[in-house]
Ligand binder design. Structure first.
Ligand SMILES: CCCc1ccc(-c2ccc(S(=O)(=O)CCO)cc2)cc1[C@H]1C[C@H]1c1ccccn1
Length: 235
């Protein structure tokens, strides 16, 4: 039986991401940025002359769990502390404790018109019996909403974004309560399918994306490290 009106959509999109995240980086993906453990890949795709390049970022962060990374990414309370590309963000509907609907005003990316976004945001833990640590994920997926009317001159983004995290425990001590932060590591895959929703000069958008995605992921993961440093580990 259906939990809420978007439950089927959420299930479908989550399963799609879980299918594709394991897909190897095949040809057609260009490595456009590498910084420490972070590898940023992009495919060049245009739809009706609009750049809709898929982005795929692999990163691993020592000292945090996948649950912690997904918690700080999903929970609106922290968003404005790490997201520098937003003017505002607010929850306009709670569908269930782990699925909410956001409305966001994005900072204007000159020369494009200002973008806004409305998406459902879902957090989930997937415990696979054989492996020791579960997979945590967050999906942000554009959805229309009566409390997020599209008002000119703003242009509505169309986004399908997923953050999928595994937790690795290096040299696990005998009993789990002795695990320290230096024994843990989060391996994450971030995928973003963003359609800017209206024409943006291709070269400008590609250079903004190339600069902004690594910057936002680096800033976000540093923020989580800072917030969790002296807190008990959240597995
Ligand atoms: C003209 C469209 C510009 C533009 C608008 C928005 C986004 C964007 C949307 C969602 C998410 S998120 O991961 O779901 C976090 C929640 O906010 C990140 C980024 C990306 C771009 C493209 C330009 C790239 C970029 C990437 C990262 C940050 C800002 N801009």
């Amino acid at each position: 039986n259906r939990k809420h009106r978007l439950a089927y959509d959420v299930e479908r999109v989550v399963q799609e991401h879980l299918t594709y995240v394991r897909e190897e980086i095949s040809d057609g993906w260009d490595l456009i940025h590498q910084e420490g453990e972070m590898k940023v890949y992009r495919r060049e795709v245009e739809e009706n002359g609009i750049v809709v390049d898929p982005l795929k970022i692999f990163h691993s962060i020592k000292g945090v769990t996948g649950h912690e990374i997904c918690h700080y990414f999903w929970d609106y309370r922290y968003r404005m502390e790490w997201e520098t590309t937003l003017d505002s963000t607010k929850i306009i509907e709670v569908l269930e404790p782990d699925t909410v609907i956001f409305f966001q005003m994005h900072k204007r990316v000159w020369p494009a018109a200002q973008r806004d976004s409305c998406f459902w945001s879902h957090i989930r833990c997937i415990s696979n019996s054989e492996e020791d640590q579960p997979t945590w994920l967050v999906v942000n997926y554009t959805t229309p909403h009566h409390l997020a009317p599209i008002k000119s001159p703003h242009v509505r983004l169309v986004a399908n974004v997923a953050l999928i995290c595994e937790t690795i425990i290096n040299e696990p001590p005998l009993n789990i309560q002795d695990i320290k932060r230096e024994n843990i590591e989060c391996k994450l895959t971030y995928v973003a399918f963003v359609n800017p929703g209206g024409w943006v000069p291709s070269a400008a958008l590609r250079s903004v994306a190339k600069r902004e995605y690594p910057r936002f992921l680096k800033r976000f993961t540093s923020y989580v490290l800072e917030q969790t440093r002296d807190k008990p580990i959240l597995f």
